[in-house]
Design a protein around this ligand. Structure first.
Ligand code: NAI
Length: 333
């Protein structure tokens, strides 16, 4: 199959090329993001391969269908950036990688919790300047603390397993409670109760119209004073403006983000010699108790290997047997 791969970075090229060795698809690697204006670059391809910050709204999908594209293969689990209804109407098949390494994201989440708690990001800078003072670096034992996990799917459950291993009390909120979680001793409670009790709140639910700005001023007010809030899921789960207010008041004691609601024009690019126009992002980075990583939670060798392998296998299956060869949402056709 001829495939136009958008938003290609060197690591995508390496992992996809290796996965494609036996399959022999014709992969064209494009550095451009997929947008309505760049969709025409896919002319001649039957499939496009896209990533999280590509624009897969109706105008882009229409432009892709117009140049003959029939398949959209997402190199991601999340598909909140796809207009699924438009894809269905246009007869496009959309496939994603539902699971590539929940461990990667869970381990990064726990990394953020540990770094924020023990101020490792600040200690690193201090020691390099020969400042060995400990004042300001005081942390707390995670053992015995209450952690609230919002969303106990694949990633949330990995986080739960790690944190129960640390000796944390784990509360969870999820409309679909899992028996495995209950067997681990995790207690499902309403979100309001979770927010009121947890020292650490970590978000692992998908971004949908229902979860947009799940964490807003009202929910922040329900949290413990000095709470640690972690979001490695999707930026728009959190109302950034409200969170900045919570940080300024000291109500939020720590904030760890791997995702940001306006990340599309920032993340995955080297902007080190640019002036950033995003005042809220810049404000976030002035707080000593905020740690932001640029959507790298998924970024492990295992995850990239699995993403590339699943993507290539899905393209091969569709080529051989049509869209019915692949299963699971958001396969639409
Ligand atoms: P999953 O589909 O296995 O689990 C999601 C869970 O959230 C489900 O149990 C679902 O019932 C629950 N949920 C849905 N609405 C909820 C609500 N309103 N409140 C509480 N729980 C709710 O998904 P998985 O694989 O665990 O991924 C979770 C999210 O992580 C993805 O949607 C994606 O946005 C994000 N992600 C981030 C990555 C990164 O690099 N930072 C990489 C991969 C995924």
């Amino acid at each position: 199959m001829r495939v136009a791969v958008f938003s290609t970075k060197p690591y995508d090229r390496d992992f996809l090329s290796t996965a494609n060795e036996a399959a022999g698809h014709e992969l064209t690697f494009l550095e451009s993001r997929l947008l309505p204006q760049t969709a025409r670059l896919a002319a001649g391809a039957e499939a496009v391969c896209a990533f999280v910050n590509d624009d897969l709204g109706a105008p882009t999908l229409t432009a892709l269908a117009d140049v003959g594209v029939r398949v959209v293969a997402l190199r991601s689990a999340g598909f909140n950036h796809v207009d699924v209804a438009a894809a269905r109407q246009l007869g496009l098949t959309v496939v994603r990688v539902p699971e590539y390494s929940p461990h990667a994201v869970a381990e990064h989440t726990v990394g953020l919790i540990l770094a924020l708690n023990r101020k490792i990001h600040r200690a690193y800078n201090r020691v390099r300047e020969h400042n060995f003072a400990l004042t300001g670096l005081l942390g707390f034992d995670l053992h015995g603390r209450t952690v609230g996990i919002v969303g106990t799917g694949k990633i949330g459950m990995c986080v739960a397993r790690i944190l129960t291993g640390f000796g944390c009390r784990v509360l969870a909120a999820d409309p679909y409670p899992s028996d495995e979680a209950r067997a681990l001793g995790i207690e499902y409670v309403p979100l309001k109760e979770l927010l009121a009790e947890a020292h650490v709140v970590t978000l692992h639910c998908p971004l949908t119209p229902d979860t947009h700005h799940l964490i807003d001023s009202e929910r922040i007010a329900q949290m413990r004073e000095g709470v640690m809030l972690i979001n490695t899921s999707r930026g728009a789960l959190v109302d950034t403006h409200a969170v900045i207010g919570g940080l300024k008041r000291g109500h939020i004691g720590y904030l760890g983000l791997d995702v940001y609601e306006e990340e599309t024009d920032l993340f995955f690019e080297d902007l080190s010699d640019h002036v950033l126009g995003d005042d809220e992002f810049s404000r976030l980075n002035t707080f000593p108790n905020v740690l932001v990583t640029g959507h790298q939670a998924f970024f492990t060798e295992e995850a990239l290997h699995n993403i590339a392998g699943t993507t290539v296998a899905q393209l091969t299956a569709i080529e051989r047997a049509g869209p019915d060869a692949v299963t699971g949402p958001p396969r639409v056709c």
